[in-house]
Design a protein around this ligand. Structure first.
Ligand code: ZN
Length: 359
């Protein structure tokens, strides 16, 4: 027996991927409205973001387990209002304003039962392994759906849903950032990089934000960085970092991967420094001198995705105004191709949000 907020139409507007290969295969269409399973809720979507994750999915890079069933609905981080709840749903009700955590952990593997569900062995993603939120309705397991704090709008909730929990899991839970740290964040104007800048500041660290281009470093200044590096203007930037932090940085946060930036950044690490990495789209193969690694006693930590605990904490921090969601633009759902064009041209400073319905 399902509980409903109002009658749900049998069909819905959506933007779908019709074939692998990129944004040329995104098309507005009409689909049957999904039916939520017993442990799922059906959300009437208000906003969803265009993310790099969607681009990976479009090219077939994100889901290697099974081919996508076309037409596929992208969109990992929808926010909206619950329209229906399945029979075993207990925590949420029709009418609740909610946002979706993109990665779905299994709840039963050793990592999940140990509270490290970001490392779940059976992860699935909304909009990747199942239909996503670039549609008027999306069905999502209750455990991945969270109430939006009253102080946040739908677009703001979508804007923090992916990048901030990923950054929090990385800098707090994996790299243990704290007040004694001097942190170098590269790609500091990117979605995860800019979240890492805000969170490292929140945890009391000194933050050196590095990015390519004056407009990107200006943005990093706006979100609270203590020192700025423009590696487009000065590719040999290690001396600039060391002028600000003469003892070296204790933590280097790499969210994109760039072999030249990596090489220069390692020169800035203090003895017993840590490096944490959560992305490689800028170039995954980098140099590493093992002699330097052991002599400098450096720790390198990989991080991917986010835990349920980090997700809840980010929502609370955003609700209290302690981190600021970054929105570049809000476009109607049907302009999804334009949103991805801006993202792929790296012209955005903050999230590209799609509005599915007003409200
Ligand atoms: Zn698991």
């Amino acid at each position: 027996m399902m509980r409903a907020a109002a009658a749900v139409p049998t069909t819905m507007r959506a933007v779908v991927l019709t074939a692998l290969g990129g944004t040329d295969h995104l098309e507005p269409t009409v689909l049957p409205t999904p039916e939520p399973g017993a442990d799922e809720v059906l959300i009437a979507v208000r906003t969803v973001a265009a993310n790099r994750q969607d681009v990976y999915t479009m090219h077939g890079w994100a889901n290697r387990r099974a081919p996508l069933r076309m037409p596929h609905v992208l969109g990992i981080d929808p926010a909206g209002v619950i329209a229906l709840v399945g029979s075993s749903v207990t925590r949420l009700s029709p009418g609740d304003r909610v946002v979706v955590k993109p990665s779905i952990s299994c709840g039963t593997c050793a990592f999940c039962t140990g509270g490290e569900d970001d490392a779940c062995e059976n992860l699935e993603n909304v909009g990747v392994h199942r239909q996503g939120g670039m549609a008027e309705y999306v069905a999502v397991p209750e455990r991945n759906v969270f109430p939006i704090p009253g102080s946040l709008g739908f677009a703001e909730a979508t804007a923090i849903s992916h990048s901030f929990p990923v950054a929090l899991t990385m800098v707090r839970d994996r790299a243990h950032v704290g007040p004694g740290d001097t942190v170098l964040v590269t790609s500091a104007a990117g979605a995860v990089g800019s979240a890492a800048v805000q969170l490292a500041k929140l945890f009391g660290a000194q933050v050196i934000a590095a990015a390519g281009g004056a407009d990107r470093t200006a943005y990093a200044r706006e979100i609270g960085a203590d020192a700025l590096i423009d590696y487009a203007a000065n590719p040999a930037f290690a001396d600039e970092v060391l002028a600000f932090a003469p003892g070296g940085v204790s933590l280097y946060v790499e969210t994109a991967g760039n072999p030249a930036v990596w090489k220069e950044s390692l020169k800035t690490l203090a003895r017993r420094g840590r490096v944490t990495v959560c992305g490689s789209h800028g170039g995954p193969i980098v140099e590493l001198d093992l002699t330097w690694l052991f002599r400098a006693r450096v720790t390198i930590v990989g991080s991917s995705g986010s835990s349920l605990a980090a997700y809840r904490d980010v929502l609370a921090l955003a609700g209290e105004g302690r981190v600021r969601p970054n929105i570049h633009a809000i476009l109607p759902l049907e302009r999804a191709r334009d949103a991805f064009a801006t993202l792929l041209a790296r012209e955005n400073r903050g999230k590209m949000i799609l509005e599915v319905a007003a409200g």
